[in-house]
Ligand binder design. Structure first.
Ligand code: FES
Length: 169
């Protein structure tokens, strides 16, 4: 099977390819090499694309499935570049009952992307998260490290606009 490499694929960009090779070569003999390598790739490259997963598997002589399994299990690994800001929607019970599904629908309308996706301008990534402990303020979203409660769908566009405006300055 051949994999078609995308234009922004790190393996195709010489400087990034060098970083990837360096991380793999430095770490591959260590115990727990898979986690260490994936962590470093996430930190230094910003995401772990499917071709990168296949490449790591090949270099470590392990199956693509086992690498893919680790990447999909831990939510701090992403397979696409993240946006500058990450908006997370709390999927805990209180927030779910309190209107998160409707808020997610609104977010899709406003941003044009769904959960797990990033806007084409790389400004926003939308994600789901677990209860953040602010249940009395449901429905809750977090924007980067800030917890924002009682977000009604009609308020959501304002939050996004604020990020867009801040980004423009
Ligand atoms: S359920 Fe959303 S903050 Fe607890």
């Amino acid at each position: 099977m051949t994999t078609t490499l995308q234009e922004n694929e790190p393996l195709q960009i010489p400087a990034q390819r060098e970083i990837i090779d360096q991380i793999i070569n430095e770490q591959k003999k260590r115990p727990g090499a898979v986690m260490v390598i994936l962590n470093e790739l996430q930190n230094k490259i910003g995401f772990i694309s499917e071709p990168m997963q296949a490449y790591v598997a090949k270099q470590l002589r392990t199956s693509i499935g086992s690498i893919h399994g680790v990447v999909t299990f831990y939510s701090f690994f992403t397979t696409q570049p993240r946006g500058k800001h990450t908006i997370k929607f709390c999927m805990g019970t209180a927030c779910y009952v309190g209107g998160i599904p409707q808020l997610i629908d609104k977010a899709k309308q406003v941003t044009g992307v769904g959960l797990g996706e990033t806007t084409p301008d790389r400004l926003l990534t939308l994600e789901a998260c677990r209860c953040v402990g602010a249940c009395s303020q449901a429905p809750v979203v977090t924007i980067d490290d800030e917890v924002i409660g009682r977000v009604r769908p009609n308020k959501f566009p304002q939050l996004v606009n604020k990020l867009r405006v801040n980004n423009a300055h």
